[in-house]
Structure formats: structure tokens, C-alpha cells
Design a protein. Structure first.
Lengths: 129, 566
């Protein structure tokens, strides 16, 4: 049976991630205006944000598909992509050029969500196998 | 399930660790900017290392090894100094306030305690905003980048980037070949204008003046209508007596002045007078001084050396020079002299006029002497010809003895409050009446004027423009009153437009304070202080705004407005 908590979490994650993406993009624009943000620091940050968005879309699609069709392959792939997303989230939490308090809050919530999701995915994979 | 939960917990812990590790790196990276001195430290000067420790930073500590007043962070101040402060001029020193948490040093004075003491607190200031900088991985973000030190390698490149012209090498007016540039002015008549260098046949009329050091530079041209007086040093020696151009009279009167710029009309410089100064400084005016005296050696002295030149130029109101005269001071030098001081002066007079120096036009100018005089019946105001002797007060001398002052007076200058005084020794033998007279003469001087000009350019014939001096005497009723203080209070007001107010004197009051002279037992003596002062008070009332009248509504209804009913 598909895991309902996982599905709810994936849905909430989708909404939260859209908010996260817009907020982080707005804050990078704000930082580039207010602080001294040279181009060779701005480019990697923006690139990684867009990469993270793509990964997130992929991850949520695969996770949702795997959960609903009760197949472990997409779920496993989604789990692997989650690792990448976690690393990117940690990058935005720790290694970004300017880490504002708002960044810390957003990324912390995202990481908690990822953690919960990963746990539920593991449980779901165990159930489907 | 329990194992899964444990796995989740472990995962969460692993993920939260980086969050905590982020805290220490949130220290302001400004402290890392310290050792950022450029690596090329090859004997060239380095910028001093930046101070970033908040507890050590003190902007008001300006005096080295001395306590600055009201500077609570000054390390040179002791507890005794702090007890004298009234406030702290620098209450808080913080790092960059955009960081989420930064160190702050707070200085305050505890005035309740006796004696007042300084309180120093080092706290962590928290920025409550959600957009405060938690951490930054860009080292140069929070401090100014140190400028590149110019060395022999990067000098050319820095010069190309930042160099630009500050001064032009020569002013345009030095260039004599301007005919090609202004063909349209060929038929205009030229004339001198204020500040334009006076042209001579070969170059410009020189007024040697000190440039950077006190040595004379001959490249200073005299400007038309610019009254100048300069003093500079020239190096001389007896051996070079006839060779140094600049100490011979010819150098100054050789070239004729052009009457108008770029014309061929020439005005020769006449020798007006020659004063000869001997080695001990005594000056004698020579008679029949039309002859040019050149330096020559006489008895191991080099005589006829120019020590001073005073040019007098007469001009017309069309900007044309019609006469030029020079008065010389010639001196002598002996073998030991290595340099002499030359003084130069130039003054301009309009033809058919006699210059009268004003103290302002129309309002008084600060620093110029007050114009004052007497008004005998039937004529205008009579003034002393010396503008600095028209209204004077006692001048303090170094020995402070009133009777030995020998009548030294100092002029009253507009806007300058002055106090002067001396000490008078009274013996028992002095009688009241002569003493009173002596002191009055001392305080007021020989001819204390009765009227003071209200404007700096008041004419002597306009008597109504002059303000009478009011005399006040404060005295007690007793036997012998001697004057001990004279206070002149000049009340002035601002007159005229708000944009350019002129000073106008409204009232002058001279107050004499007297004191009782007590009889002294014989043989004893007393010293009393005598003071005189001048005070300028601004009594101008503040400007009142003038408003236009409110517009009125002028409504009149036509007479048949209420037609059917009227």
C-alpha cells in the first residue's frame, strides 16, 4: 500500500520548495544590491540554486510516482537524488557567500523535511520490497 | 520500526551537526582582515594594520599620551580624569551592525556615584532583523580592501589607472602667442581688468615673492588693481656684488609697462624716491633721486643693494595705466652677509583722486579700525588722518606699569573684543585730583573722539551718518573717585538684505568705572589694576518673515440672481 504520510510530505515539500526557491532567489538579488557581491561569487550561487530546483522537481516526481505505483526503483532513485539535494541545501546553509539568518531558517526547515522524507521513503521501500 | 526510528534520529543528528558547526565560523571575518598587508614590503611604507578589536578602538583619542576631554575610551585617562567628564562623546563602539551578533563596547558615565566614574561594558549585540548576516564566506565582504602600495613595478600601471592632471603647467595668460587664437579680437581695444597681470615690453611686471620657502621667486606677476605686499629672502654675497641682477635698481625699472595690454604704448617707470639704509638700520631720504644707483663695492661693503621697492601705479577708469613710479630702499651688505630680505609693494591709484581708506563698504568689515572723529560747529566730522588712531584704547605693555606706558595705544578694530590693562602704584603722596586727570588721560588717550561712523564708508560731510559716543560714569558718592576702568560697548546690527547683511554701528557707550581712593598712611603704597575693554554686541533682531496677504474671495452675485423672487 502506498504510504500516505509520505505522499502528504511530498506534496507539502513541493509547496514549501516553491516558496523556498522564490525566497532564496529574492534574497540573492537583495544581497547583490546591498552587499558587495562580485560576479564570480554570484554566478556559482545562482547556478547551484537552479540545479537544486531541477533536482527537486525530478526528486519529487520520482518519489511521488514510486509511492503511488508502489515500485521501489523510482523511490530508490529519489532517495539517491535526495542526497544531492541535501548537499546543496547544506551548501546554501554553510558555504554560500552570504548566509543570512533567513537562509539559515529556510534551509534548516528544508533539511528537516528531507530527513523525514528520507526516513519515510526507506520505510516505504522496505514495505514494497 | 524502532530501528527505522533510530535511523531517522541518527540521520537528523548528522544533519544538525553542520548547523552547529556554522556558529563558530559566524565570527566576524573582519578580524581575519588584519594580516592582509601586501606582500611587497620592500622598504616602501606600508599602511598601518587595521585595528578591529572593539575594546581597543577609540575614535576620540586624538592626543597621544594625554587624556582627551569627554573621551571615555581613551586609555590615557585615569579615574581622576573620568570624574571630571560630563558626557561620553563616543558612547558605543560596535563592529559591523549588519552581522547577526557582534561585539560592542559600551562606555557610559555613572553620574550618580561620587566621584563620577566611567563604566565599560563589553557585550554581544544581537541584530534582531531576519536579514542579518549569519556568516559569510567571502573574506573581503566586511572590510575595506587595502589599497595597493605603489612600488617600482606597478607604478606605471597604477599611474595609468588613477593618474590625471591636477594642475596645468602654465596658466594660459603666460602664453604670449595668443594672437592666432583670437582673430576676432584683433580690432577691439584692450584694457586692463582686475587681476590681469600687468604686461611690460618683454614679459610681466615682476613682484618677487616667496613661493614654497621664503626664497624670492621672480615669476610672480603683479595683478592690475591687486594691492600686494610681499617679503622674501634673496641670497647675496659681496663678491657677486655687481652680478646679481635682482639686487640692482635696473632690474626693477628697466622694462617699461604697456599702457594697455598688447599695445605699443609704453609707460616708463619713474624713480620716485630713494631711501638709503645704513648697516645699522638708519634710513635717510636722498635729495635729487633721479639717478639710478647701481651696486658697487666700497670699502669692503657692497652698497646700493635693493632692499625694498614700492610701486605706485596710476590708472584711468578705462583700464589704462598712465603713470608708474617706484620708490626704492637701498642698503649695504658686508662680507658676512649671506642673504638679505627684500620687501615689495604695489599700490594703485585712480587718476585725479586721492585714496581714502574705508573700513567697509558700506558695512564695517571685521578687523578694520573704527572710524571716529569730532564735530565742531559748522563743519563736517573731523577725523585723524591715521585711520588706526581715530579710536584707540590703552595698550598693555610688558612691564604693566601704567605711568611708564608712554601713551602706547592700540586701535579699536571692528568685531574684535579687546581687554587691556596696567597696574598703577599709588603712594600716600599722590593727591586725588591730579591722579584722576592722569588716569582719565591714560584710559581715554589724548583725543578721545565724540562721534563714530555708523557705516564703514560714512562720509565726513554726512553728519547724520555718525553716532555720538554716550558717556556713562558709575560712581559712588564719596570723597575721592578715581577712574579705574573704561569699557567701550559698541552695539551693531545687521542691515540690508538677508543674503548679504552689512554691519552698522547703532550705539557706542563708554562707561567709566570709578572707585574710592582711600587715604593711605604715609610710607605705604598700593597697586590698583586699571583696565580698558572694548566689546562688540550684535543687537540685530532676527529677520521676520513677510507673508503675502491671504487672497480674498471676491464674489459678487449678479443683481438679478434671484430673479423671480426679487
Amino acid at each position: 500500500l502506498s504510504s500516505v504520510p509520505l505522499q502528504i510530505l511530498l506534496y507539502v515539500n513541493g509547496i514549501y520548495y516553491s516558496f523556498y526557491f522564490l525566497a532564496t532567489l529574492a534574497m540573492i538579488i537583495y544581497k547583490s544590491q546591498v552587499f558587495s557581491y562580485p560576479d564570480d561569487f554570484l554566478a556559482p550561487d545562482l547556478a547551484l540554486l537552479f540545479v537544486m530546483a531541477i533536482l527537486e522537481v525530478l526528486r519529487l516526481y520520482l518519489g511521488s510516482k514510486g509511492n503511488l505505483t508502489e515500485e521501489e526503483a523510482p523511490l530508490g532513485l529519489s532517495l539517491v537524488i535526495t542526497v544531492g539535494s541535501v548537499i546543496l541545501s547544506v551548501y546554501f546553509l554553510v558555504w554560500q557567500t552570504y548566509v543570512l539568518k533567513a537562509d539559515v531558517i529556510l534551509n534548516a526547515v528544508l533539511l528537516v523535511t528531507y530527513g523525514l522524507e528520507s526516513a519515510l521513503k526507506v520505510v516505504a521501500v522496505a514495505a514494497f520490497v | 520500526m524502532a530501528a527505522a526510528l533510530k535511523l531517522v534520529a541518527l540521520l537528523l543528528l548528522l544533519l544538525l551537526l553542520p548547523l552547529r558547526a556554522a556558529e563558530p565560523s559566524a565570527e566576524p571575518t573582519a578580524s581575519a582582515a588584519g594580516p592582509e598587508a601586501p606582500p611587497e614590503t620592500r622598504a616602501a611604507a606600508q599602511a598601518p594594520p587595521p585595528v578591529t578589536d572593539v575594546a581597543k578602538l577609540c575614535v576620540c583619542d586624538l592626543l597621544v599620551a594625554q587624556c582627551d576631554v569627554n573621551c571615555c575610551c581613551d586609555p590615557d585617562c585615569s579615574a581622576a580624569d573620568f570624574s571630571l567628564f560630563t558626557t561620553c562623546s563616543v558612547p558605543i563602539v560596535t563592529g559591523d551592525s549588519r552581522l547577526c551578533s557582534q561585539k560592542a563596547a559600551i562606555y557610559s558615565l555613572d553620574v550618580e556615584a561620587n566621584p563620577p566614574e566611567r563604566i565599560f561594558k563589553l557585550i554581544d549585540q544581537v541584530n534582531p532583523s531576519v536579514f542579518c548576516i549569519h556568516a559569510t564566506n567571502y573574506k573581503q565582504a566586511l572590510s575595506f580592501s587595502p589599497a595597493e602600495m605603489p612600488t617600482s613595478e606597478n607604478f606605471d600601471q597604477l599611474l595609468k589607472r588613477f593618474g590625471s592632471a591636477t594642475f596645468s603647467a602654465e596658466p594660459d595668460s603666460w602664453n604670449m602667442n595668443t594672437d592666432a587664437q583670437n582673430p576676432s579680437d584683433a580690432n577691439d581695444t584692450y584694457r586692463y581688468e582686475y587681476g590681469v597681470p600687468i604686461q611690460t615690453v618683454d614679459a610681466f611686471l615682476r613682484l618677487p615673492s616667496p613661493v614654497v620657502s621664503s626664497w624670492c621667486s621672480d615669476a610672480n606677476p603683479a595683478g592690475f588693481l591687486v594691492n600686494q605686499a610681499t617679503k622674501c629672502t634673496r641670497s647675496v654675497s659681496v663678491e657677486e656684488c655687481g652680478n646679481i641682477q635682482a639686487v640692482s635698481m635696473l632690474f626693477y625699472i628697466n622694462s617699461s609697462i604697456l599702457a594697455v595690454p598688447r599695445s605699443s604704448q609704453m609707460v616708463n617707470i619713474q624713480v620716485q624716491s630713494i631711501v638709503v639704509q645704513s648697516l645699522n638700520g638708519m634710513r635717510t631720504l636722498l635729495n635729487g633721486s633721479d639717478v639710478v644707483r647701481l651696486p658697487m663695492i666700497l670699502d669692503e661693503l657692497c652698497i646700493n643693494i635693493v632692499l625694498g621697492v614700492s610701486y605706485h601705479i596710476t590708472y584711468t577708469d578705462a583700464g589704462e595705466i598712465i603713470e608708474a613710479a617706484a620708490a626704492f630702499v637701498l642698503g649695504a651688505i658686508n662680507k658676512e652677509a649671506l642673504s638679505i630680505q627684500q620687501s615689495f609693494e604695489i599700490s594703485f591709484t585712480q587718476v585725479n583722486t586721492t585714496p581714502v581708506p574705508l573700513s567697509g563698504n558700506p558695512g564695517y568689515v571685521v578687523g578694520l579700525p573704527l572710524r571716529a572723529g569730532f564735530w565742531p560747529q559748522g563743519s563736517g566730522i573731523i577725523q585723524n588722518t591715521n585711520r588706526y588712531s581715530q579710536l584707540t584704547i590703552l595698550q598693555s605693555t610688558s612691564n604693566q606699569d601704567c605711568l611708564a606706558a608712554q601713551g602706547a595705544r592700540t586701535p579699536v578694530l571692528f568685531g574684535y573684543n579687546m581687554v587691556s590693562g596696567c597696574k598703577l602704584r599709588i603712594t600716600a603722596a599722590m593727591k586725588c585730583q591730579p591722579l584722576t586727570q592722569i588716569l582719565l588721560d591714560l584710559l581715554k588717550g589724548q583725543s578721545f573722539p565724540e562721534y563714530v561712523a555708523s557705516f564703514g564708508n560714512s562720509q565726513a560731510q554726512d553728519v547724520l551718518d555718525w553716532v555720538p559716543i554716550t558717556h556713562l560714569r558709575t560712581s559712588e558718592q564719596s570723597s575721592c573717585q578715581i577712574p579705574v576702568a573704561l569699557e567701550i560697548e559698541v552695539k551693531w546690527t545687521k542691515y540690508g538684505s538677508l543674503v548679504n547683511p552689512q554691519a552698522k554701528i547703532v550705539n557706542v557707550t563708554a562707561t567709566i568705572t570709578t572707585t574710592t581712593l582711600k587715604q593711605l598712611p604715609s610710607g605705604r603704597e598700593r597697586t590698583i589694576p586699571i583696565t580698558s575693554s572694548v566689546v562688540f554686541t550684535d543687537i540685530s533682531s532676527p529677520a521676520e518673515p513677510g507673508y503675502k496677504a491671504w487672497p480674498t474671495i471676491n464674489v459678487k452675485l449678479p443683481f438679478d440672481f434671484f430673479f423671480p423672487f426679487v
